[in-house]
Design a protein around this ligand. Structure first.
Ligand SMILES: CC(C)(COP(=O)(O)OP(=O)(O)OC[C@H]1O[C@@H](n2cnc3c(N)ncnc32)[C@H](O)[C@@H]1OP(=O)(O)O)[C@@H](O)C(=O)NCCC(=O)NCCS
Length: 176
């Protein structure tokens, strides 16, 4: 069955969604709507299959410090904070995991990053990857930020990862 991606709507049924990660499920059920419709601090895109929500990705504009990048990637960039798109949350219902819904949502986020770059400026996509999802993001070109001095690099905690705009596939470009 075909999967389509669109913005969350107030009337969407969210109580039946479970990804296996309690925090992500609670966020989707309790906070995604108010963040989007009342506070305007993040927008959630849902993957829909046969009328049912099977996954979601929440994005918000953000910025990174140039000093977070490795010296070679920092070259030629100005010293002030750079605008990026943050992939704040991504989850797929555990009944359909492993069937391409996650990458479909990721590609929709790439289109948004390209759109943001064209309209407002966007240096790439950042994500705080859960340890078990790091390899998923690596497959699509995300790189872990270099560990800055004073940070521990070996904790099993979310790891910030970055995909530069130039590494986002061309087909993610908006027409025109
Ligand atoms: C991580 C998650 C979003 C992936 O979504 P999914 O729909 O299951 O993944 P897809 O089917 O789109 O996978 C696309 C490819 O990535 C691979 N992949 C999926 N999850 C992976 C993982 N955790 N690690 C490494 N590779 C992974 C798949 O094998 C597939 O490879 P293929 O193209 O060679 O077949 C989903 O498993 C999930 O919601 N997990 C629980 C919540 C979570 O960890 N979210 C991430 C928060 S940072």
């Amino acid at each position: 069955m075909a999967v389509s991606v669109r913005r969350l709507r107030p009337e969407d049924e969210r109580s039946d969604f479970h990804s296996g990660n309690i925090d992500l499920d609670r966020f989707f059920q309790k906070y995604a709507g108010q963040n989007q419709f009342r506070h305007h601090i993040g927008t959630t895109y849902v993957a829909v299959e046969g009328g049912r929500i099977v996954g979601f990705a929440t994005v918000a504009p953000s910025e990174i410090e140039v000093a977070q990048l490795s010296p070679s990637r920092r070259k030629r960039l100005p010293g002030y904070p750079l605008p990026v798109l943050r992939l704040a949350r991504l989850a797929v219902d555990d009944r359909v995991q492993g069937r391409g819904v996650g990458v479909t949502l990721l590609k929709a986020v790439f289109v948004l990053a390209r759109k943001m770059a064209n309209e407002y400026g966007c240096a790439g996509v950042v994500v705080d990857a859960k340890p078990e999802a790091i390899d998923f993001y690596r497959r699509y070109g995300f790189l872990e930020f270099p560990i800055l001095s004073g940070q521990l690099g070996d904790r099993p905690e979310p790891r910030p990862m970055f995909l530069e705009l130039g590494a986002i596939p061309e087909e993610s470009r908006e027409p025109g």
